[in-house]
Design a binder for this molecule. Structure first.
Ligand SMILES: Nc1ncnc2c1ncn2[C@@H]1O[C@H](COP(=O)(O)OP(=O)(O)O)[C@@H](O)[C@H]1O
Ligand SMILES: [Mg+2]
Length: 329
């Protein structure tokens, strides 16, 4: 089989643009090793015209955050009739909005933390009091459409109300809706999912140990030595199996496609084997040492093999059927 001409998309007007560019160059290199010809394109307003004028076989978005990961880019690719790697418009949009995703997770019976929503314009003092009355005092505050823990805060149960109000203000600068969740005090675990013909495959889960902070914030994610990964997670086999089962269930609950990485907290105050689902990332970090490729390696897919498989499956996907045009009566 000959190689494909692949447009790898990166960047965009997102706080995570640089993270995405690093992943995208790694994907380009891996695709090259697998015998494909790839070109790096920036996510910007002229992208549609550039794609329309070229003759790419496939698009591989390696974008994070708004526009690139939330269904907008995917919609553009649908209009251009270009096959692409990853979830479609709706699954991307649902996963990008944590409150919407949680509606589908609950509907599928998946264990998610209790939550409340606060909106820009709400009286924050009143919101803080009603949130604490509804879900307890220890909470995590995050922008509804956030990523990489940006503008996300953990508020301890004994913190002053002013601390919670400041956390709400910070999250509301990023998104007009803020998700406030019960703080689950457990260990950080993530699990990659790779689509397959019969059923999606869950990679071995990874335990994340934050080093530069006491939780998995922006610095511990991206600073050199900020965190350590243990894959497979050194947890009881039954807990790892539960994480994998929930990762596949979350992937299906949103109708995801091709790949995703699903975040969890394992353990809470009363039971250290309890597994709580946090979110689904439809375009996870893809540098050769990122969580998703690392776990794929343990499942037997080295990085070029992983990228090759994602590219070939997306390219082989049947095209959208052309509806028959109805004549006007
Ligand atoms: N309900 C929660 N309880 C405990 N920690 C949480 C909770 N929600 C989020 N976190 C912490 O915040 C981080 C970011 O949250 P997450 O929902 O994964 O959003 P994102 O990764 O998109 O910023 C998690 O990796 C975890 O460390
Ligand atoms: Mg996350």
């Amino acid at each position: 089989v000959t190689g494909l001409r692949v447009a790898v998309i990166a960047g965009g007007a997102s706080t995570e643009a640089n993270v995405s560019r690093a992943s995208a160059s790694a994907v380009c290199e891996a695709l090259g090793r697998a015998g494909h010809r790839s070109e790096l394109l920036e996510l910007e307003p002229r992208l549609g015209a550039r794609l329309a004028e070229s003759s790419f076989d496939l698009v591989f978005p390696v974008t994070h955050g708004p526009v690139g990961e939330d269904g907008c880019l995917q919609g553009l690719l649908e209009v251009l009739e270009l096959p692409y790697v990853g979830s479609g418009v709706l699954a991307s949009a649902l996963a990008a909005s944590k409150p919407h995703a949680k509606v589908f997770f609950r509907r599928a019976g998946l264990p998610v933390p209790e939550e409340a929503l606060v909106r820009r314009g709400d009286d924050l003092g009143r919101a803080a009091r009603s949130v604490r009355a509804a879900i307890g005092s220890g909470v995590v505050v995050k922008p509804a459409s956030g990523g990489s823990a940006i503008a996300t805060s953990r508020v301890a149960a004994d913190a002053d109300e002013a601390v919670l109000i400041a956390a709400l203000e910070a999250a509301l600068t990023v998104d007009s809706v803020t998700l406030v969740e019960r703080l689950v005090t457990g260990r950080e675990v993530t699990c990659g999912v790779l689509d397959d013909d019969e059923a999606p495959i869950a990679f071995p889960p990874t335990l994340i140990l934050s080093k530069s902070s006491d939780w998995y914030d922006f610095a511990s994610r991206y600073a050199v030595g900020g965190s350590e990964h243990r894959c497979p997670a050194p947890l009881p086999a039954s807990v790892n199996a539960r994480v994998q089962e929930l990762a596949v269930a979350a992937f299906r609950a949103l109708d995801c496609r091709d790949l995703a990485r699903v975040d969890f907290v394992v353990g809470d105050a009363s039971d250290d084997t309890r597994v709580t689902l946090l979110e689904v990332n439809t375009l996870p970090g893809m540098t050769a040492t990122s969580l998703y490729p690392e776990a794929a390696g343990f499942a037997g897919f080295d990085f070029p093999t992983l990228c090759d498989r994602l590219a070939r499956r997306a390219h082989a996907r049947p095209k959208r059927a052309r509806p028959v045009e109805m004549p006007m009566p």
